[in-house]
Design a binder for this molecule. Structure first.
Ligand SMILES: Nc1nc2c(ncn2[C@@H]2O[C@H](COP(=O)(O)OP(=O)(O)O)[C@@H](O)[C@H]2O)c(=O)[nH]1
Ligand SMILES: *[C@@H]1O[C@H](CO)[C@@H](O)[C@H](O)[C@H]1NC(C)=O
Ligand SMILES: [Mg+2]
Length: 381
């Protein structure tokens, strides 16, 4: 007979081993977090370190606020297909309601095919802001000629066998390469300095009564995020080798006050797979267009890893930001409640009240086992 105590120990042991099994399987990280919740319920929740949100009080809209009436040189940017329309309007309606109806930033929509009239009409219905629709030049989208298609298709086959998410998809690879190295060079984005990237089917949970784009501009921030996590190693087997090679060849491009400790636990010898989740980004377009990141992207592109492996724009952007920006130019938007399945950042405590957030504060990825936020915190500890 098992005593109740032994039973509890056994259940905990099963949960803990499931954590480890799931951490090595692909496509399963959504379920892994709910297991994390289960174990949290049994073991008690972890304390959440108090966060300084870094937003000066005067940025909040009030008739006397200095930020009142000033706007950043910025736009929203959506990469989407015509078929993404229903998810696009869900995301965009929330952007408008939570924030943009007060600030009226414009939108840029990009696609490798022309947007349909239905698409254009339905998104324009949601806002008084200007919307521009851009076509992506073919050479910035399709797999380049110089990629060895036999080698690329072998790699895709292997990834399908290994059940790597999107492992067999060429369009997904085109998308990752475009987001890594081309979106910010699109002609419709030339006139802007800052962008806020939005994807279909995301949620914004909290009212935002200050302008995060102006905050980026005034404080000379380069990159803003809400969620960070580990990349699947199977998608980037040789990425870090290439990064190290680039650093060796271009030591002068690396920022001395960088955030290497976010992406490496051993001073740059190996990658810890941490990255900012790029489906949400608020960033500086001129940083991507600058010398360091441009050379970095071109170097990586020539390696072919966007097609011979499945390098994502999230690790590529994150490594670029961590190496070429100062660490205090990377900003955690703690007050932006945000969800992209299967994870969400839900502001805690005072921030939750201030934003009148509708997410469950207990459902918060920040210090889940699969989150990298603790490594970001450690940069400033
Ligand atoms: N125009 C276009 N957009 C794409 C394509 N594939 C993905 N996207 C967009 O790229 C972003 C990421 O794609 P998504 O399917 O959400 O990938 P996930 O978030 O990594 O699962 C979204 O904004 C999509 O609308 C494509 O083939 N063409
Ligand atoms: C906005 O930023 C872009 C890119 O830096 C720049 O070319 C443009 O002149 C800026 N516009 C204004 C109004 O400052
Ligand atoms: Mg998505």
């Amino acid at each position: 007979m098992m005593t109740p105590m032994r039973y509890v120990v056994l259940v905990l042991a099963i949960i803990i081993s499931l954590h480890f099994i799931l951490s090595f399987s692909h496509e399963e990280y959504g379920r892994a977090t709910s297991l994390s919740h289960l174990s949290e319920q049994l073991t008690g929740s972890k304390p959440h370190p108090p966060y300084q949100d870094g937003v000066p009080e005067e940025y909040y809209t009030s008739p006397t606020a200095p930020a009142q009436g000033r706007r950043a040189n910025a736009t929203f940017v959506f990469l989407a297909r015509n078929g993404d329309l229903s998810g696009v309007v869900m995301s965009m309606k929330q952007v408008e309601d939570r924030f943009n109806k007060e600030f009226q930033y414009p939108y840029v929509f990009l696609n490798e095919e022309p947007f349909s009239d239905e698409f254009k009409e339905r998104v324009q219905t949601l806002t008084d802001s200007k919307i521009e629709f851009g076509l992506i030049p073919r050479e910035n989208w399709v797999q380049p000629e110089w990629i060895d298609e036999d080698r690329a298709s072998e790699a895709r086959k292997k990834m399908i066998q290994d059940k790597v998410i999107y492992g067999g998809s060429v369009p997904y690879r085109n998308m990752c390469r475009f987001n890594s190295g081309f979106f910010y060079r699109h002609e419709l984005l030339q006139k802007y300095k800052y962008y806020w990237r939005v994807e279909p089917d995301v949620n914004f949970f909290c009212d935002l009564h200050y302008d995060p784009l102006l905050l980026m501009q005034d404080q000379k921030k380069v990159y803003g995020f809400t969620i960070s996590l580990y990349e699947y190693p199977a998608t980037i087997p040789t990425l870090w080798e290439s990064v190290k090679e680039f650093i060796d060849e271009n030591p002068d491009l690396v920022e001395p006050e960088n955030a290497m400790r976010f992406i490496s636990d051993d001073g740059g010898e190996s990658y810890n797979n941490c990255h900012f989740w790029s489906n949400f980004e608020i960033g500086d377009l001129d940083f991507w267009r600058g010398e360091a990141y441009s050379k970095f992207f071109d170097f990586l592109d020539k390696k072919g890893g966007f097609y011979y492996e499945r390098w994502g724009d999230a690790p590529v952007h994150s490594i670029g930001a961590a190496l070429f920006a100062k660490k205090d130019q990377i900003h955690f938007f703690n007050d932006i409640g945000y969800r992209h399945n299967p994870f969400q950042h839900c502001p805690q405590g005072e921030l939750h009240k201030k934003g009148k957030c509708w997410c469950d504060p207990k459902d918060n990825f920040d210090y889940e086992w699969y989150s990298c936020l603790k490594r970001y915190d450690a940069l400033f500890a």
